[in-house]
Design a protein around this ligand. Structure first.
Ligand SMILES: Nc1ncnc2c1ncn2[C@@H]1O[C@H](COP(=O)(O)OP(=O)(O)OP(=O)(O)O)[C@@H](O)[C@H]1O
Ligand SMILES: [Mg+2]
Length: 304
């Protein structure tokens, strides 16, 4: 990868908490303008990596550079470049939404003559204009999350990091936030940690799978899904599985694997060309036939 194009460079990063190795020699490059997803099981090290990038936590060893600046030497510069939505944003409860944004805007050095306009613009973007003068402690989880996003963006950062932005939100609010993140694509460099595979698939240019503090796999959602055993899975439910001559299926060129779960055959295929031949083998034994394309869920389960 051309180094001019790299916005965040993580090199041999390790972090332990007592006997727990949260990050174990992690290496990862995030390109300028890219929307990179990080997925991985609970405790994989996602939040730890993010907190180190944001200069909130020090690693035990390794280096991270953000726009060429080092987390060891240029923390103030890096903080000014990043907008961060934590897993649980800690908002000042007694502040009104507008005052909170003003406070953080001033803290981040947004010019005084621009700050009110910027706040109005952000409140509009996150759909909170009508609640601007209500206190944070009167907001529901989803409304807080929207204000957390506005706070992360107040200084118009080049890099935005979202740690589980739609966790626990209703489908409509999740969609609003996803559309909002989608709108940042290309213009900003975005890192998105999520447990929602459909969210990663929908939004991300590339997805990194983290487990036990290391990258297990990385690629576009499409390329990751292509690695899953078989490109298409044909599911055939039958009355009497023992009556099926599976050899007639396994010899076909497009068939990668055949397995049986209960009375349902799962047939992994490279292409669709033999589907009708396969259905012929089942004949009148088949009472339900479905195809399923691999999802990032399948990638996740296969990788971790
Ligand atoms: N401040 C801390 N003190 C002790 N252990 C910690 C601390 N922060 C993280 N850990 C441990 O480090 C490991 C990685 O945690 P981390 O929060 O990075 O995981 P995660 O991938 O974000 O998980 P989740 O999906 O649950 O948010 C876990 O075993 C966690 O318990
Ligand atoms: Mg986390």
């Amino acid at each position: 990868m051309n180094s001019d194009n790299v916005m965040v460079k993580i090199d041999s990063l390790s972090k332990s908490f007592g006997h727990i190795k949260a990050l174990d020699n992690l290496n990862l490059d995030i390109k300028k303008g890219e929307l990179l997803g990080i997925i991985g099981p609970n405790g994989a090290g996602k939040t730890t990596a993010i907190r180190i990038i944001c200069c909130i936590l020090q690693p035990n060893s390794g280096e991270v550079t953000v726009g060429g600046y080092s987390i060891h030497h240029d923390q103030i510069k890096i903080k000014s470049m990043i907008g961060y939505l934590p897993e649980e944003p800690n908002l000042y409860e007694r502040f009104k939404a507008r005052d909170l944004l003003k406070y953080f805007g001033e803290l981040y050095g947004v010019p005084k003559n621009q700050i009110d306009h910027r706040i109005d613009e952000l409140l509009e973007l996150v759909g909170m204009s009508k609640r601007a003068d209500d206190r944070i402690n009167t907001f529901s989880k989803g409304l807080r999350q929207r204000i957390g996003i506005a706070r992360a963006l107040i200084h118009d950062p080049e890099i935005i990091i979202f740690d589980e932005p739609t966790m626990g939100l209703d489908p409509a609010t999740s969609r609003t936030i996803r559309n909002f993140i989608k709108g940042l694509k290309g213009d900003k460099t975005v890192i998105l940690c999520t447990h929602y595979m459909d969210e990663a698939d929908l939004l991300c240019d590339r997805v990194a799978i983290l487990n036990q503090g290391r990258i297990r796999d990385i690629g576009t959602p499409k390329s990751l899904k292509e690695q899953v055993h078989g490109d298409i899975i044909l599911k055939v439910r039958v009355y009497e599985p023992q009556k099926i001559d599976t050899h007639r299926i396994t010899v076909l060129d497009s068939v990668e694997a055949v397995s049986l779960e209960g009375n349902e055959f799962l047939i992994s295929l490279h292409t669709r060309e033999d589907i009708s031949n396969i259905i012929d083998v089942f004949g009148s034994q088949a009472y339900s036939v479905n195809t399923k394309e691999p999802t990032l869920d399948d990638v996740f389960i296969q990788s971790v």
